[in-house]
Ligand binder design. Structure first.
Ligand code: COA
Length: 254
């Protein structure tokens, strides 16, 4: 079965992370499938709204770390960057249903969703520094605006997880629900949006986003260049090796 499930009904395209054995971490092939699905959905009249969801126990454990080692993203046309640009510029409403861990891109992709529903077990984490990397998805721009600088620094420099209630408080989540109810609730909100006039939805979203759109894309480009450099560096190599060997990384020599 595919690692990304795709289903359209009632005007809602639901994309489901389906790689539970690896905690829904995302491979290059999955980024490509997501980017292609969003690009297709943009022009499809049958799709008025898109919903991203995982499982009641885990949303997404971030980039597949083995993939980081074996096939690091090469430039702006790599699948991960295509996916990031696609979610940052997607014109129709984009929703997410998030339960359990949402790590790295599992959290940063939410910054580009219009509505986010979280399970009370949701744990958001941005461990880029802990992996010898830097933020992506324009999170270094959007998070300080959303959380305030100091809370963003706590999330991005220390990389410690924060829970659903904190996400609700800072406006990263719209509502917190029991995990078994989140996907169904998000689906019902998506269906409700899909009944509204699509032209008004698209224009309203565009007007809300346009003031920041160029800055977001520019930040993503700069983050992408730094991320690509750090990915080849000794700290990232040590962090990935430590993850695969299930040990604590030792950054004392880097
Ligand atoms: N890349 C590749 N494999 C991953 C992964 C990732 N990002 N996240 C989890 N996995 C794999 C584990 O290696 C393990 O594989 P194995 O069964 O072959 O040993 C399996 O998924 C289960 O993970 P495990 O860590 O045992 O589950 P957990 O419930 O104890 O913890 C997480 C879940 C998400 C908290 C933890 O897996 C985690 O922190 N993952 C890494 C997150 C990360 O740093 N992502 C990169 C962000 S840029």
């Amino acid at each position: 079965m595919s690692d990304i499930l795709s289903h359209t009904e009632g005007g809602v395209l639901t994309l489901t992370f389906n790689r539970l054995e690896k905690k829904n971490s995302i491979t290059q092939a999955m980024y490509a499938a997501l980017a292609d699905a969003l690009s297709l959905a943009e022009g499809q009249a049958a799709v008025r709204v898109v919903l991203l969801q995982g499982h009641a126990t885990v949303f997404c454990a971030g980039n597949d770390i083995a993939d980081f080692q074996n096939q690091p993203p090469q430039g702006p046309d790599s699948p991960v960057h295509r996916f990031l640009r696609a979610i940052a510029t997607f014109p129709k409403p984009l929703l997410a249903a998030v339960c359990g861990p949402a790590v790295g891109i599992g959290t940063t992709m939410l910054l580009h969703c219009d509505l986010v529903y979280a399970g009370d077990n949701a744990a958001f984490a941005l461990p880029f520094v802990n992996l010898g990397l830097c933020p992506e998805a324009a999170s270094s721009l959007i998070l300080p605006q959303m959380l305030g600088y100091h809370r963003a620094a706590e999330a991005l420099l220390l990389g410690e997880p924060f829970m659903a209630e904190a996400a609700l408080e800072v406006g990263l989540a719209n509502r917190v629900l029991p995990p078994t109810e989140v996907n169904a609730y998000a689906q019902s909100r998506a269906r409700k949006l899909a009944e509204k006039p699509i032209g008004s939805l698209i224009e309203t979203k565009r007007l809300m986003k346009q003031g920041q759109q160029q800055a977001v894309l520019q930040q993503m480009t700069e983050e992408g260049a730094v991320f690509g450099r750090l990915l080849q560096g000794p700290a990232a190599r040590e962090a990935f090796a430590a993850f695969m060997e299930k040990r604590k990384p030792d950054f004392s020599k880097v």
